[in-house]
Design a protein around this ligand. Structure first.
Ligand code: PAF
Length: 290
């Protein structure tokens, strides 16, 4: 497994692999790898025969009061896990000051999509998705993938990246991989490592909330607002959880829905804080035909 730190080396390495006829798969991560990331690597191996994993804690997607400094980092452990899972050819791990050449302040071009970042996490994290879209575009430019895999736990990120690739006519296929969960239902997240024992137990409410929402929608019970009430009630049963949002949005636009119409694809999404640790979860479903 080769480790590359500079864009130039990564680009020329990717060019050579392409000339040798390889299909390049990319799994972008911020490190602190867990079973969710490893499942992205496994999915990448099904669709590509050369795999790059990027490890870069991207400062531009953290707000001023967010957890950039305390975001868990352990590069050696990450590399060990990738060796164990096997089939990873390259780890691309740039330094902030070289990746954003001359520092973040020198970066003057940003990719934004106000239309799809008004709701869900975009609403309470101004600038977050500009940082994500821009860094992923930079990672694409460095690693030159044919296909890139993203977890559906970050559903808004996934939808935005699909839109970016479409609107900018990038010749890259975006694949969404199912959320991987602990036996309790809690979705794997690097931030779970920072939870205290009681918080971790109570964090199960996120998956309970979206599962209950999906059940209600699929059995034709209730309106979007009554489904949201149930999600809020479920989160409310965890005393340490502070609700950020519980929303039902249309899967194509990410705009809140006022009523369910048959055949409509919707997302039930929640975000909760345990102290300053932000967790999210969601489930996608289709409103049944009458
Ligand atoms: O999902 C993540 O880990 C990050 O948002 C990503 C896509 C690696 C960009 O920094």
């Amino acid at each position: 497994m080769k480790i590359i730190h500079t864009v130039k080396e990564m680009q020329s390495y990717a060019d050579h692999q392409k000339m040798d006829g390889r299909v390049l798969g990319l799994v972008p991560t911020m490190g602190s790898l867990h079973e969710g990331h490893l499942s992205l690597v496994r999915r990448a191996k099904e669709v590509a025969n050369h795999i790059t994993v990027t490890i870069f804690v991207n400062p531009t997607q953290f707000g001023p009061n967010e957890d950039f400094e305390t975001y868990p980092r352990d590069f050696d452990r990450d590399c060990r896990l990738l060796q164990e899972v096997g089939g990873v050819d390259v780890v691309f791990a740039p330094n902030t000051s070289t990746f954003y050449e001359g520092g973040v302040e020198q970066n003057k071009i940003w990719i934004t999509c106000p239309e799809m970042t008004r709701y869900l996490c975009g609403n309470s994290r101004p600038g977050h998705f500009d940082g994500v879209l821009t860094v992923v575009m930079k990672l694409f430019a460095a690693c030159k993938p044919h296909v890139s895999i993203f977890g559906l736990k970050d559903i808004q990120q996934y939808m935005l990246l699909k839109k970016m690739v479409h609107d900018l006519s990038l010749d890259i296929k975006i694949i969404g991989a199912q959320t991987v969960r602990e036996p309790s239902g809690l979705a794997y997240s690097s931030r779970n490592n920072n939870l205290r024992l009681q918080e971790r137990r109570q964090a199960e409410v996120l998956s309970h909330a979206v599962t209950s929402a999906v059940k209600m929608i699929e059995t034709g019970q209730g309106t979007p607002s009554s489904v949201i009430d149930i999600m809020e009630e479920t989160i409310g049963s965890a005393p340490l959880a502070k609700l950020q949002y519980a929303e039902i949005v249309a899967a194509d636009t990410l705009h809140p829905v006022d009523e369910f119409t048959p055949g409509m694809q919707v997302i039930a999404a929640v975000s909760v804080n345990f102290r300053d640790i932000r967790l999210i979860d969601n489930a996608i479903t289709v409103v049944p035909l009458a």
